[in-house]
Design a protein around this ligand. Structure first.
Ligand SMILES: [Zn+2]
Length: 400
């Protein structure tokens, strides 16, 4: 079947009623565009571009494109039958993030013969491309055909697709640069992160700790160093030995993170606007996880010499980061859950050799430090330090 105006004309007349139905008054316009074009196999993509411009609704375009692409494929396919068997073909058409996987596969193939197309991809793509709405076709790898070929681009799109996304939860705790770790955290419930000056070991562990908290608690989190914490909260930090990290949940309006307009909107709304869960890490004194560990071991030793007992349950810097995230989980527990925890923690603190567990928080008198220590040990430390009841409680919170 030669590719000429007559064959296209007959294709069009056979489908004119359909064209009329789908594009109404544009049918005549479409027909004149097609008739005025130089009808060669290669001219078709240009025709399709014009059709796309001429017809308005995208659904109509899709139907027309599918029909014309099919026609175009049939035409090339007919030429394939007459062409020498060593003629090579390339898969052409737009390559972008909408391009389906089958088409990307074919488009990334180097020029191949008809029999290679059939053995690698089957018969169907010769007529149907990648299926309904497909914008691609096998084209002779002539000088003109190669111009439309975007194999390199297709390979790149495939590469980008298979590359695990930075925000995938499976990446938590596996970052080697602060930028990726920060992007991950901002995509996973962190509202604001001022961590660019911090050690990657600490920042990466923050991403790991974030990944360990259940998704229901993973929102409205703010991370930074001590200076940033002070700036945001206007609060003086607790001194003493518990000075490695600090966590606090504050009504959003009480922080310096909202604009005046945002605060006004909260005041005027019947809803409270909720809390920010803020974690500050003391990078001024302890720049790395190792420095935290070193310091905690020293404090532990001094405390033991003085009191004959341990102060910390966990002395590892890594666990300390999880401890802080444990606080923001604890802050979001229901009052019933906290009561349950306080009963468990009170008994635990009596028996355990770690005085930090006895520290009760402010006027609420909750066993917040015990929870944070248990959370840290469970998620990043030594679980054998935890009695069964404690382990069960933490496990239940994690699975809720
Ligand atoms: Zn704490």
């Amino acid at each position: 079947m030669p590719i000429n105006e007559q064959t296209l004309e007959s294709f069009l007349s056979g489908n004119l009623s359909i064209l009329d139905e789908i594009i109404g008054t544009d049918a005549a316009e479409l027909k004149s565009i097609l008739n005025s074009a130089t009808i060669t196999a290669m001219g078709k993509s240009e025709i399709l571009n014009q059709v796309s411009v001429a017809s308005s609704a995208s659904a109509q375009k899709a139907i027309i494109n599918t029909r014309l692409n099919t026609y175009s494929r049939v035409a090339t396919n007919t030429m394939m039958k007459d062409a020498p068997s060593d003629t090579k073909y390339v898969y052409v058409g737009p390559i972008d993030d909408r391009t389906r996987d089958e088409c990307l596969d074919m488009a990334s193939s180097p020029p191949i013969t008809e029999s290679e197309i059939i053995s690698q991809f089957g018969y169907a793509p010769l007529v149907d491309g990648g299926g309904i709405n497909c914008r691609h076709k096998w084209e002779i790898a002539s000088d003109e055909g190669i111009k439309l070929f975007e194999g390199k681009k297709a390979q790149q799109v495939i590469k980008d697709k298979t590359k695990p996304k930075v925000n995938a939860l499976s990446n938590a705790g596996k970052f080697t640069n602060t930028k990726d770790a920060t992007n991950f955290m901002l995509e996973n419930g962190v509202e604001n992160a001022a961590v660019s000056n911090m050690n990657i070991g600490v920042v990466n562990e923050m991403s790991g700790a974030l990944g360990k908290i259940p998704s229901k608690y993973r929102n409205n989190i703010v991370l930074g160093d001590f200076a940033n914490f002070k700036k945001i909260t206007d609060r003086k930090l607790a001194g003493g030995s518990h000075n490695y990290g600090v966590s606090i949940s504050l009504p959003k309006v009480d922080t310096k993170l909202l604009t005046f307009a945002e605060k006004k909107a909260i005041f005027e709304s019947p809803l409270s606007g909720g809390d920010f869960h803020i974690i500050g890490v003391n990078t001024r004194k302890y720049k790395t996880l190792e420095k935290i560990t070193e310091r905690k071991l020293l404090i532990q030793k001094q405390y033991f010499e003085k009191n004959g007992r341990n102060y910390f349950l966990n002395t590892d810097g890594k666990v300390t980061v999880h401890h802080e995230f444990g606080h923001i989980v604890h802050n979001q527990l229901s009052s019933e859950q906290r009561k349950l925890w306080d009963n468990i923690a009170e008994k635990w603190a009596e028996k355990a050799n770690a005085d930090i567990l006895k520290v009760k928080q402010g006027w609420t008198e909750h066993y917040a430090e015990a929870f944070a220590e248990a959370w840290g040990a469970y998620n990043a430390g030594d679980r054998t330090l935890l009695p069964l009841e404690v382990k069960e409680f933490i496990k239940e919170i994690k699975n809720a």
